[in-house]
Design a protein around this ligand. Structure first.
Ligand SMILES: *Cc1c(COP(=O)(O)O)cnc(C)c1O
Length: 360
């Protein structure tokens, strides 16, 4: 068996240990005589899996008791809609920070429900930086402030958490959740699709402060109301059981490996390997402001785009896949989430050096 170094932005690589454990438990989970996929979501076996997953996530992130953790479906994209539906609470506007492709989609979705005040934007420099809070134009009567902690496509990450006073802070953490320690108490709501840094596609995690639940006006359809899912412990209807199980194994893997502080150090080390090399060459270029470069997604272009195909082919021959950049920006993108071992990043940098030496 040969496993590749998979640099996909999502669905993305999972820890090999987790995949092996899932394989071992595939036919018979803990003597139950069945696969987790075959279990009733209301049975005691699966309930124990879901409860452990939530408890481990709470421990890893230090989630305070006055926050609910919801295991939902529909991806981050459904949250682009559920957030205004639930959090406007009779107010008529929300503040959004525009930092690139994902913020743009969140803004577009919100506009169908409310007035959106773009409190800050990095459009002036092609979405290559995180606008400093000193320039934000927040509105006093905003229902909430929304920002994208890591722009997966542009490779721009906030290394700080905005201060929004009494106005709830809402964060799309799809592509950097669990990559670093965060103070959850600063947020009203955090959401993330699982397929970047948590587990399989199909699971979406929402961490929401109690007092923001059940205040939607008008009352939303049941499936779109956080209250429905909070009251039913995410079992109002069948949750994505297997995805929750794998996410739970990933949480245990994180705990065994030192938790988020240790993961953050590893992510700094890995991303520095790439950025330090990028600094030394003009064969490759990353356009992002140094202070806001993402530890998770590293986009770069080659000096001559005509070499892109050859670069990708050579990478594939060395067991490195999914390096092609997003169609909207071109070039390359190396996504190096928690599950990417440092060896994978070293192999990529070695290859980049060789390629530049041969073609530069
Ligand atoms: C991938 C991604 C999304 C979209 O997620 P879906 O689960 O496909 O809806 C939204 N925001 C960010 C930051 C992402 O990386």
């Amino acid at each position: 068996m040969t496993r590749v170094f998979n640099f996909s932005a999502g669905p993305a690589a999972l820890p090999e240990e987790v995949l092996k454990q899932a394989a071992d438990e595939m036919l018979d989970w803990h003597g139950s005589g069945q696969s987790v996929m075959e279990m009733s979501h209301r049975g005691k076996e699966f309930i124990s899996i879901a409860e452990a997953a939530e408890a481990d996530l709470r421990e890893l992130m230090g989630i305070p008791a006055n926050y609910k953790v919801l295991f939902l479906q529909g991806g981050a994209s459904l949250q682009f809609e559920m957030i205004p539906i639930n959090l406007l609470r009779g107010k008529t506007s929300a503040d959004y920070v525009h930092t690139g492709e994902w913020a743009k989609k969140a803004i577009k979705a919100a506009k169908t429900f409310t007035n959106v005040n773009v409190a800050a934007s990095s459009e002036d420099k092609g979405y290559t930086y995180a606008p400093p809070q000193s320039g934000w134009k927040l509105s006093k009567d905003a229902a909430y402030v929304h920002y994208t902690a890591n722009e997966t496509i542009g490779g721009v990450e906030f290394n700080w958490v905005p201060e929004t006073g009494d106005v709830p802070l809402v964060c799309d953490m799809s592509s950097n959740i669990l990559s670093r320690a965060v103070d959850v108490s600063k947020f009203g709501l955090i959401y993330a699709g699982a397929q970047k840094n948590i587990g399989p596609a199909g699971l979406t995690i929402v961490i929401v402060r109690d007092d923001l639940i059940g205040k939607a006006q008008p009352t939303p359809p049941a499936m779109l109301d956080y209250k429905t899912h909070a009251d039913a412990d995410s079992m109002y209807n069948t949750p994505p059981t297997y995805a929750i199980y794998i996410a739970g194994l990933v949480f245990q893997w994180l705990k065994r490996n030192g938790g988020l502080a240790a993961m953050e150090q590893k992510n700094i080390e890995k991303s520095n390997l790439l950025y330090d090399y990028l600094e030394t060459t003009d064969f490759y270029r990353n356009p992002v402001a140094k202070s806001d470069r993402s530890r998770m997604n590293v986009p770069f272009t080659l000096k001559d785009a005509a070499l892109d195909e050859e670069f990708l082919k050579g990478a594939k021959a060395r067991g490195m896949t999914q390096l092609k950049g997003h169609r909207s920006v071109g070039g390359m993108r190396a996504s190096i989430y928690n599950a990417m071992p440092v060896e994978g990043v070293k192999a990529l940098v070695e290859y980049m050096k060789e390629f530049a030496a041969a073609k530069g």
